[in-house]
Design a protein around this ligand. Structure first.
Ligand SMILES: CC(C)(COP(=O)(O)OP(=O)(O)OC[C@H]1O[C@@H](n2cnc3c(N)ncnc32)[C@H](O)[C@@H]1OP(=O)(O)O)[C@@H](O)C(=O)NCCC(=O)NCCS
Length: 257
């Protein structure tokens, strides 16, 4: 087994390895995620016998890095490869804080590597929430400066390099914005419940079926009619991140924060 840096030539094999580790068949979406990671961050692959059997990536913002797509093919798990991969990945990262959304499978590994628990991030199916056509909500293709500022306050770092790369629809109203990308609404940043509800109902009307929220907003999303489909634990290693959780109604994706 050896671990090396990945290049765009590896995207296909990495996608197959990651799809195997998480039981997914959505290869197109997976390829897109690796493409973004390789453009804006770095990935490592674990190889055995010439085959890519594991992946792990990170993206660094100003003082915070995000780790994602850490996976080992099922038949190669529990051999210590995941740990070795994480140790190498951590060795590449230079920021004072490192974060990730841990699945149940990864939680113990990250805990032993010095990550501490933050809060739960919960995936909801919101396709049954009543959609509304609200003329206070506007649509655009590009994030404006005030949205990036609001995102920075919420997330605790400047994510412009990621957000300006998402080819989604942006919906906004006074006090909040959301990005619609492959039927998921996120990030969804809003000053209060009323603004968030306006964006969610408009999003559903435009075809949104999912949102990944934080544990603070779990009750709120349930009340609107969301159904929980999964959860992760947001963990941090290093310096605590100064975020404003009150503003976060939806994260972007588990892989990017
Ligand atoms: C999380 C994941 C990457 C861990 O990979 P892995 O290669 O199995 O990790 P390791 O082998 O280093 O450690 C996993 C477990 O195997 C144990 N282990 C390590 N070497 C072992 C060996 N030789 N024999 C038996 N067990 C061993 C470890 O103690 C650890 O135990 P624990 O889970 O009970 O704490 C893998 O489970 C995975 O791909 N899961 C699906 C994708 C996912 O959820 N990724 C996390 C995203 S945040």
């Amino acid at each position: 087994m050896f671990i090396r840096k990945a290049s765009s030539d590896d995207i296909n094999e990495m996608s197959l390895a990651w799809a195997d580790s998480i039981n997914s068949s959505n290869l197109d979406r997976i390829r897109t995620t690796f493409t973004v990671f390789l453009k804006l961050g770095e990935c490592l692959v674990v190889e055995e016998g010439g085959e890519v059997i594991g992946t792990g990536c990170y993206i660094s913002y100003s003082h915070l890095s995000w780790i994602g797509n850490v996976g080992i093919k099922k038949s190669f798990q529990r051999k210590g490869y995941g740990r070795k991969l994480m140790v190498d990945l951590l060795g590449l990262i230079r920021t004072e804080s490192i974060r990730l959304d841990a699945t149940e499978a990864g939680y113990g590994l990250y805990k032993r590597l010095g990550f501490s628990d933050g809060y739960k991030t919960i995936a909801f199916d919101i396709s049954d929430v009543k959609g509304v056509n609200d003329d206070r909500v506007k649509i655009t293709n590009r994030l404006e400066d005030w949205m990036l500022e609001l995102d920075k306050e919420a997330f605790g770092d400047d994510r412009s390099k990621l957000l300006l790369n998402i080819k989604g629809k942006v919906i906004y109203t006074q006090g909040g914005y959301g990005v619609i990308y492959s039927n998921i609404l996120g990030p969804l940043i809003a000053e209060n419940d009323e603004v968030a509800e306006r964006l969610i109902r408009s999003g559903v009307r435009l075809g949104v079926s999912g949102v990944i929220t934080t544990e603070d907003k779990e009750y709120y999303i349930r009340k609107l009619g969301g159904k929980k489909v999964g959860e992760c634990v947001r963990m941090t290693k290093g310096k605590e991140v100064k975020e404003n959780r009150r503003l976060i109604y939806g994260i972007f994706r588990y892989a990017f924060g």
